[in-house]
Design a protein around this ligand. Sequence first.
Ligand code: SF4
Ligand code: SF4
Length: 218
Amino acid sequence: MAYLGRILHGFKTLLTGLRITGRESMRKPVTLTYPHVEPKLTGAYRSAIKLIRFEEMDSHDCVACLACEQICPSFCIKIDGGKIEGIKKKRATLFEMDFALCSLCGLCIDVCPTDTLEYSRLYDEAGYDRDWNMDLLEEFRDFEPTFIEQQREREEKEAAAKAAKKAAAAKAKAEADAKKAAEAEKAGGDAPKSGDAPKSGEAPKSGDAPKSGEGSAS
Ligand code: SF4
Ligand code: SF4
């Protein structure tokens, strides 16, 4: 009797399992057949930081100010760089980040004065060890000599435009000063001078009265 009961119990659990399997097979899948299907990342997705490539300069804008390196609580950023021959703009020559240490806090992004840092959209990085030192300048290195040449031209154009603007402002000021001086001179010429004699028909002033002994006898 107990044996038959165990068979019935086994049959019942089998039916329960089949029912759950049947119900779940009707539902929309919540997993992806990666790597055949790319995941849709949300806007708030965060991964290792990267340097932004700005369209107008076709490169990053890291000026090696070290603000991100200094604020990083995980000490995972290493930067070197500075003044580059031929251009005024400073440039980073080394930018490494140890992703194994990064907590994705975002302080480096917030503090960057040129807004050249952002989170990347990496999601499938994998490895067999903890060496996650990333070279953030790698994708920019080949273009750097061209960037420096273009930057030199940009700076020359900016300087010429600045000088032209300054000259135009100086010219406008000189013209305005000259106009003001001419108006002042004209206004001064029109005003009556203190030594001017009264014109005919004007009443004699008190000082013009006949002196004693002068005038007709009665
Ligand atoms: S996100 Fe935070 S921990 Fe990661 S590199 Fe930037 S400052 Fe450091
Ligand atoms: S804060 Fe920005 S500009 Fe300064 S070193 Fe970091 S990435 Fe470069």
